[in-house]
Design a binder for this molecule. Structure first.
Ligand code: HEC
Ligand code: HEC
Ligand code: HEC
Ligand code: HEC
Ligand code: HEC
Length: 186
């Protein structure tokens, strides 16, 4: 009756696979949820101390322990929401981007001769999350992935300079915001 045993192990294997699959799916879905805006009371505070915080149930506290650390925009962490949102006007932004950001950060258009197009367009949000992110500098993705979300990887790899970009970061040579020439060199 060896085949019965094999069948049993096979079915057990499938079940395990399905289980881990649904776990990671759920994790993914929840991660996306947490990438969005969450009250810092339930995420930031708990996450920073590495504890589940006031998670409502077991799966949430498990999640709090398994999700990566987040980097916070200082003012978001300090709950200075009104630095950017107008609570008297449906929490709309008090100013449009990039001017909103330039209230506190130096204006790149004054700093550089050439501006990276998304910066010139005020699309800070194409690269930075205004509240919190899993990557340093509030980046919504790791640097190379970020660049390749707009620049075609295959095209770029054809140029001699970039044939080995698999191993070097883009910001070793290029400034993500602007520069003194069209190639935005550092
Ligand atoms: C540095 C400026 C800044 C600060 C500080 C800030 N926000 Fe935001 N917030 C933004 C921007 C930019 C958006 C995106 C708006 C858009 O796309 O129209 C946004 C969007 C939102 C949204 C809409 C959902 C979303 O993700 O698009 C909510 C809700 C929100 N913020 C809540 C808060 C709360 C609560 C705080 C304080 C704890 C806060 N924000 C602090 C800049 C900020
Ligand atoms: C009210 C002031 C204020 C506004 C408005 C503001 N920031 Fe900031 N931002 C700060 C402060 C304070 C820091 C922390 C600076 C430091 O630690 O040197 C910071 C840090 C950052 C950092 C670096 C984070 C890090 O980990 O080093 C980025 C990126 C950033 N802000 C992007 C933005 C963007 C994009 C906007 C517009 C949506 C914006 N900021 C609007 C005050 C502001
Ligand atoms: C094409 C992607 C991209 C866009 C668009 C972009 N940034 Fe950045 N930003 C970066 C990257 C990448 C870094 C990290 C640079 C590093 O660590 O070398 C960064 C870093 C920063 C920092 C941290 C200080 C510094 O210079 O390292 C601030 C503040 C900042 N960005 C603000 C802004 C603002 C404001 C806008 C919109 C006007 C903007 N960024 C648009 C990619 C971008
Ligand atoms: C939101 C889209 C977007 C992202 C993200 C982005 N870029 Fe760009 N970048 C552009 C656009 C649009 C141009 C204008 C030229 C073009 O269309 O290729 C440009 C131009 C450039 C140029 C100048 C090339 C020229 O021919 O003038 C360099 C260099 C560059 N980007 C590097 C980067 C690097 C490095 C990153 C990652 C840190 C990055 N880009 C991320 C949209 C983006
Ligand atoms: C070792 C330095 C170096 C690194 C690292 C680097 N680049 Fe470049 N990049 C250059 C030089 C030099 C040019 C000028 C044109 C050329 O030689 O291809 C350039 C040009 C560009 C252009 C304009 C291309 C064109 O044909 O007009 C883009 C876009 C670009 N780089 C994006 C990136 C991205 C994205 C990364 C990271 C994956 C990256 N670069 C990494 C040196 C570098």
């Amino acid at each position: 009756m060896d085949w019965v045993n094999r069948l049993f192990i096979f079915i057990l294997g499938i079940m395990l696979l399905c289980f881990s699959c649904s776990q990671s799916k759920r994790h993914q879905v929840l991660s996306i949820f947490f990438d969005g805006v969450e009250s810092p009371d339930t995420t930031a505070a708990g996450r920073i101390s590495g504890q589940g915080g006031n998670a409502k149930n077991d799966s949430e506290s498990q999640l709090a322990q398994s999700t990566p650390t987040y980097f916070y925009h200082t003012i978001y962490q300090q709950k200075e929401c009104s630095a950017c949102h107008d609570s008297e006007n449906a929490n709309k932004l008090i100013e449009e981007l990039p001017d909103l950001c330039y209230q506190c950060h130096s204006d790149f258009s004054e700093e550089y001769e050439y501006l990276h197009v998304p910066v010139a367009m005020g699309e800070c949000g194409e690269c930075h999350h205004p509240h919190l992110a899993k990557n340093e500098k509030l980046l919504i993705a790791e640097i190379q992935a970020l660049c390749f979300s707009c620049h075609d990887q295959d095209d770029l790899r054809e140029t001699e300079t970039h044939s080995e970009i698999g191993e070097t970061g883009c910001t070793d040579c290029h400034n993500p915001h602007g520069g003194e020439d069209e190639y935005l060199f550092n």
